[in-house]
Design a protein around this ligand. Structure first.
Ligand code: NCD
Ligand code: ZN
Length: 333
């Protein structure tokens, strides 16, 4: 196959930021995708209705004139039932960050299982819980250790729909088949990279993210699940732009910027493994079913025509800047 048309692709985990950065990055997603889950880790976080409505409007404006549904999220805190009820029509879910786990998460949760009242209320109101699943343990073990928290949540709140965000381990893939109410997003970069690509040779700041890329056997488990379009696994890029000077410095910020190259990168990967026929399910159908959303109609055609990844987009360096990809987007309708 030398051409593929994807219908209403969705990116179920994106960082759009705010102000000038928002204006640079939002159109790049809104052009290729029909919708996406917008993360709330701004400074300060999006954790009340006023700020949510303000941010939704900012995002909508930045996505003009593309047909793109922003699925908004709130930053998890100790919300009351009434607050959750009022927010529900405006959000797709609530994103929980363990305190300090990643970029702009200092206001996250200290003791997750102490938040039962909020989880109860979310379960009652059928508001999905989206989780950054890492403990504060050794960096390579953080997600595996967090699997115990996923088990506890999934068992204690069996009707709460829980998304394990950006999974990176074989162990997390295994949980999908164990608990009915667990689903996951996975990033294209975690289907491709291991820790060796990040730090095995010269240090690659533009490949540094949280959770850090893991072992070859983890990547293999993620890749096999994605290639066969596992019914509970959705594409969520975790595209996380930072200005170049925050990446190329001592104390490099975590986050990989992939928004403009996602679909070509995935087409190349799925074609190489003979799985192009499953790409539609992975980049849209599964998310539509699990989140019960109907995005605007958008047909994105990719062809086997090379593209060179630009060195930067408005001061943000994308993953693999300067490299060639075998596929590119040829039309969006
Ligand atoms: C994200 C960011 O920069 O906001 N960084 C990252 O490394 N993925 C936050 C996150 O999703 O962890
Ligand atoms: Zn993220």
């Amino acid at each position: 196959m030398t051409e593929i048309t994807l219908h209403s692709p969705l990116d179920m985990h994106i960082h759009f930021r705010q102000d000038d950065m928002l204006k640079v990055v939002a159109p790049l997603s809104a052009n290729h995708f029909a919708g996406g889950v917008i993360m709330p880790n701004l400074l300060p976080p999006v954790d009340n209705l006023d700020r949510l409505l303000w941010y939704t409007e900012e995002v909508r404006q930045a996505c003009q004139p593309h047909a793109f549904d922003p699925y908004m999220t709130l930053f998890f805190r100790n919300y009351t039932f009434a607050e959750l009820e009022a927010a529900k029509p405006h959000i797709i879910g609530i994103k929980l960050y363990p305190a300090g786990a990643t970029t702009n998460s200092d206001g996250g949760v200290q003791e997750i299982m102490a938040m039962s009242a909020v989880f109860e209320a979310m379960q009652e109101l059928d508001i999905p819980l989206l989780v950054h699943g890492e403990t504060h343990g050794f960096v390579m073990d953080r997600e595996a250790e967090f699997c115990e928290v996923y088990r506890a949540l999934a068992t204690k709140f069996p009707r709460l729909r829980i998304t394990m965000e950006h999974i990176t381990t074989e162990k997390a893939v295994g949980l999908l088949d164990e608990f009915e109410n667990l689903r996951a997003t996975v990033t294209p970069h975690h289907l491709i990279l291991t820790l060796d690509d990040v730090a095995g040779g010269l240090l690659q700041p533009h490949l540094f993210c949280k959770p850090i890329a893991k072992r070859p056997e983890d990547r293999e488990a993620l890749l096999q699940a994605a290639l066969r379009a596992h019914p509970k696994l959705m594409m969520g890029s975790d595209s996380a732009p930072h200005p170049r000077d925050k990446k190329e410095c001592p104390g490099c910020a975590a986050g990989i910027f992939t928004a403009p190259i996602l679909l070509p990168m995935l087409a190349e990967l799925f074609e190489r493994h003979g799985a192009l026929a499953n790409l539609q399910t992975f980049v849209s159908d599964t998310a539509q079913r699990l989140y019960r959303v109907t995005p605007p109609a958008k047909s994105v055609t990719l062809a086997k025509t090379t593209m060179t990844i630009p060195a930067q987009y408005g001061g943000v360096v994308p993953m693999w800047a300067g490299r060639e990809l075998a596929w590119s987007v040829t039309s969006v309708q």
